[in-house]
Design a protein around this ligand. Structure first.
Ligand code: ASP
Ligand code: MG
Length: 403
């Protein structure tokens, strides 16, 4: 029998009613597969525990934080295993230390390095369905660790890796990955298949279906992921390697960001080392610079440099640039009312003219492009925030994502 990993997110196990529903889903797999279940805490639980620690002290010790917040998964897993048992299915819960799931790194942000398979394999062989706590592990000294907020996705991917599962199904409260944000565009369509690379581009830009780190782990280990809803019985989205995808569309999806700010430095000296002198102090302060353009200098002496950052980093950025005597410029201007719109698709590697079609579609709608950046499978433009909906709509149509 093939092994399958099923992961349930917080809303999927958010109430006793939900736990009963989820156990039906688990049951439907258990005849055909060896099922390994990973569960999150019931929605809201982890936040509540964190709030309690904050009420004690803003400097609550990291080690105690991990012991505290990992407790949420203990509740949901035991409820789920109890529900399955009451329905006559052999099941039990497993906390990380009982397996054990070994992690490395700092408290709060550990990474799973190794999973001891012995006990779980034995339990699977005996026909049992193990319900395993996501998000937690133990370090080599048996201290309880956690692997970062939303980490049960990553736990599930690691189980799929160590148990060589045929697939990892991520059950959540959305039906899958959409061509663009369905809240912004009604005609957004669920994507049937998407490559890891495309999904990474979509995820890092706001399609918050799965944690980017987990997608990266899945990509490296070639694990097929299916994202689907535990609330409706409909096919979800398969995240897989490019080779498995037969797609006639050039563009797979459109994503947008809502929290960009544009900074322009006018009259910057045009000589080697200037860009580095600007971006070095920013990177030292963990400010992520995204898009960059430098104009050609008309007089050969001075140029203008424009870049984008997250809008919450704007004040910090202003201070750093003003304070740094090595950065010489005439004037600094900002714009907080900008957004990045990106079209993403592996199809653009082999199809010429995609850039042109994007720009033309935007031009027809009178949308001015302020900054452009491209990668192998993505073209991004920075535009006025008020134009975002219009832009998504015309690009969605231009690249035939409506149908
Ligand atoms: N319960 C944890 C959290 O809320 C882990 C997870 O949900 O994946 O962050
Ligand atoms: Mg979660």
């Amino acid at each position: 029998m093939k092994t399958i990993v099923l992961k349930f997110g917080g809303t999927s196990v958010g109430s006793i009613q939900r736990i009963k529903e989820v156990s039906k889903i688990i049951k439907s797999y258990s005849k055909k597969y060896n099922v390994i279940v990973l569960s999150s805490a019931m929605s809201g639980t982890t936040n509540k525990l964190i709030n309690m620690s904050q009420e004690i002290s803003k400097k609550f010790p990291d080690q105690e934080y991990d012991t505290l917040v990992s407790a949420g998964e203990q509740i949901s897993c035991s409820l789920l295993a109890g529900q399955l048992s009451s329905e006559g299915i052999k099941s039990r819960s497993w906390m990380a230390w009982q397996i054990p799931i070994l992690t490395e790194g700092k408290h709060k942000y550990s990474r799973i390095k190794y999973i001891n398979k012995t006990k779980i394999l034995k339990f699977l062989k005996s026909g049992g369905v193990p319900i395993i706590a996501g998000f937690q592990g133990v370090d080599k000294n048996l201290n309880i660790t956690t692997i970062g907020r939303g980490g049960s996705d990553s736990s599930a991917i690691m189980f799929a890796k160590f148990f060589k599962a045929y697939r990892c199904v991520i059950y959540t409260d959305v039906e899958g990955v959409y061509t663009t944000d369905p809240n912004k565009l009604l005609s957004a369509k669920k994507i049937k298949n998407i490559s890891y690379e495309e999904m990474l581009e979509m995820a890092s830009m706001g399609s918050k279906v799965m944690q980017p780190d987990s997608i990266q782990d899945a990509r490296l280990n070639r694990i097929n992921i299916e994202v689907k809803s535990s609330f409706v019985n409909k096919p979800g989205t398969l995240i897989t390697k490019r080779k498995n995808i037969i797609n006639n569309k050039i563009i797979t999806g459109i994503s947008t960001t809502d929290n960009d700010a544009k900074v322009s430095l006018l009259g910057v000296k045009d000589k080697p080392g200037i860009a580095a002198s600007i971006f070095k102090p920013l990177s030292q302060n963990s400010i992520n610079v995204d898009m960059v353009v430098q104009n050609i200098s008309a007089n050969g002496k001075e140029t203008d440099l424009t870049f984008t950052i997250k809008s919450y980093d704007l004040n910090k950025t202003k201070k750093i640039i003003n304070k740094n005597k090595n950065i010489i410029f005439k004037k600094m201007v900002f714009d907080k009312n900008v957004s990045k719109v990106s079209i993403i698709g592996v199809g653009m590697i082999t199809t010429p003219g995609v850039t042109f079609r994007m720009f033309q579609a935007l031009a027809r709608k009178n949308i001015n492009i302020q900054v452009i950046s491209t990668s192998e499978i993505k073209i991004s433009v920075l535009i006025k925030r008020t134009n975002v909906t219009k832009a998504i709509k015309c690009l969605h149509r231009e690249f035939k994502l409506d149908i």
